[in-house]
Design a binder for this molecule. Structure first.
Ligand SMILES: CC(C)(COP(=O)(O)OP(=O)(O)OC[C@H]1O[C@@H](n2cnc3c(N)ncnc32)[C@H](O)[C@@H]1OP(=O)(O)O)[C@@H](O)C(=O)NCCC(=O)NCCS
Length: 446
């Protein structure tokens, strides 16, 4: 077995290679040091998401952001531009924050595209199944991604595990409960923002199950510093200091209302913070800007404290949606990797159409939430196994993946008919121990 450390050396998955070869397609890992080939791959990726087709500067930026990932493409020798892949995907091992301020290594998957000329003939399925087998070969207990459409990935065993809230606040109604923040707000150059925000994100990412490490180009993009970004001139950056320390930073744009200068709109591109008080302080500043009637901020926590400081909560329109998707591959490693919420003893039976997570286990945890997960032969066999008499929770892998961070309760999934207990106790125990004291949250797209 390879290890996550040599993920770049892992060749493209043999099963998917054979499947795609039968359609005359060439599926392989790209050497990203080949600038010309990588630029063609980036073009295919951008086109898949209807993005701009890159200038040399944009290609260089994409290379700096993505060149270190395991980069896979599918090529069709029969097309007019055979150097350009007809499908793309990349992936890398990344630390996923899990309950207990711990991390579990996951296979972060991105850039899934299939050319419109080649869609609906099973290429995406070959890519995704290939990535999952690759993650297993690397010994990674789960895979993860953020998605363009919520209807694509459930069939591969992914489930939405951390939500996000897009919030739009009417500043004239919002008001503010309690004391005014006492920290200090300063404008900074947008060029200074990426390093500050990246450090804040890194310092705070263990606070929220669901977070993953960022990369510096993510913050360059937020500040519209990526080459050719037309929003650059309108972008402002601010930082927030408490006790002399920078504890929050944001980039935002004021979108003018040309027919009424008193009714501009602010788009918050990002707000990173290491303390809740600094986060509130910076939001208070943005909500207080003159000539602004609305502040829009995407990808906040579904448990965002800001909403509890508004004097009028109806000033906020909140749209909650799925954001961090997980796919458990190794049930014992995933469960033992997080802190469970107290003591319990129960059996877990998992079905997985792709087989990776299928099986039954005895899950035991102590009062500190330290989990011990052992394979169990199951009730259908002549079984004297240790867990045979324990209450049993039955689930498919997608529902288990959704419950993994505690973003949805087992009881809720059982009520929805997505999980079932041998009895009420099974649901009650799993519900209790899989909860998280902190609502899962992921602040970036990846
Ligand atoms: C989404 C996309 C990758 C699918 O590629 P594809 O090669 O056409 O997909 P496949 O032929 O392998 O289809 C696999 C399955 O997904 C389903 N599917 C494909 N695209 C879908 C979509 N957009 N929404 C819902 N289901 C979809 C297919 O019906 C098929 O279902 P089945 O296995 O149950 O029969 C491709 O349409 C694309 O590149 N879209 C634009 C970029 C994008 O959104 N990428 C996803 C990034 S998160």
């Amino acid at each position: 077995m390879s290890t996550a450390r040599d993920f770049l050396a892992l060749p493209a998955d043999a099963v998917s290679r054979e499947k795609l070869a039968a359609q005359g397609l060439d599926y392989r890992v790209l050497d990203t040091r080949d600038e010309v080939a990588f630029a063609a791959w980036v073009r295919a990726d951008e086109r898949g998401f209807h993005g701009p087709l890159g200038t040399p500067e944009q290609n260089a930026f994409a290379r700096s952001a993505m060149g270190s990932r395991r980069t896979v493409g599918v090529w069709d020798a029969g097309i007019v531009r055979p150097d350009e892949p007809v499908a793309t995907v990349n992936a890398w091992p990344a630390e996923l924050t899990v309950p207990g301020r711990r991390t579990v290594d996951g296979w972060a998957i991105s850039s899934v595209t299939v050319s419109p000329t080649h869609r609906r003939r099973g290429i995406a399925r070959a890519l995704l199944e290939g990535e999952l087998r690759s993650a297993v070969a690397l010994g990674l207990p789960l895979a993860m991604l953020t998605v363009s459409e919520a209807s694509i990935y459930g069939r591969y065993g992914f489930g939405p595990a951390a939500g996000a809230a897009d919030v739009s606040i009417d500043t004239s109604r919002a008001g503010w409960l309690g004391d005014e923040p006492t920290g200090r707000v300063d404008f900074i150059d947008p060029e200074e923002y990426p390093a500050i925000a990246a450090a804040l994100h890194e310092a705070g990412r263990l606070d929220h199950p669901g977070e993953v490490p960022g990369w510096i180009q993510r913050w360059h993009q937020a500040a519209a510093l990526a080459p050719g970004d037309s929003k650059r001139a309108a972008t402002r950056a601010v930082q927030y200091r408490e006790d002399g320390e920078v504890r929050a930073a944001a980039v935002f744009r004021v979108i003018e209302n040309p027919s009424d200068f008193g009714r501009h709109r602010v788009e918050v591109a990002r707000l990173d913070s290491t303390t809740a008080s600094a986060r509130l302080g910076l939001f208070r500043f943005l909500l207080s800007l003159d000539l602004v009637e609305r502040v829009d901020a995407d990808l906040l926590s579904v448990d965002e404290p800001l909403l509890w400081r508004l004097a009028d909560q109806r000033a906020a329109t909140v749209r909650v949606h799925d954001h961090q998707w997980l796919r458990i591959l190794d049930v014992p490693a995933a469960l033992e990797g997080r802190a469970l919420a107290g003591a319990g003893r129960w059996r877990l039976e998992v079905t997985d159409p792709l087989g990776h997570a299928s099986g039954s286990w005895l899950v035991e945890s102590d009062a500190e939430g330290v989990a011990h997960v052992t394979a169990d032969s199951g009730v259908d066999e002549v079984d004297t196994g240790a867990g045979a008499e324990a209450p049993t929770l039955r689930t498919d892998v997608a529902a288990l993946s959704s419950a993994y961070l505690g973003g949805v309760a087992v009881g809720t999934l059982a009520a929805a008919g997505r999980m079932a207990g041998s009895d009420a106790e099974a649901v009650a125990i799993a519900d209790r121990v899989l909860r998280s004291p902190v609502t899962p949250y992921l602040s970036i797209w990846y």
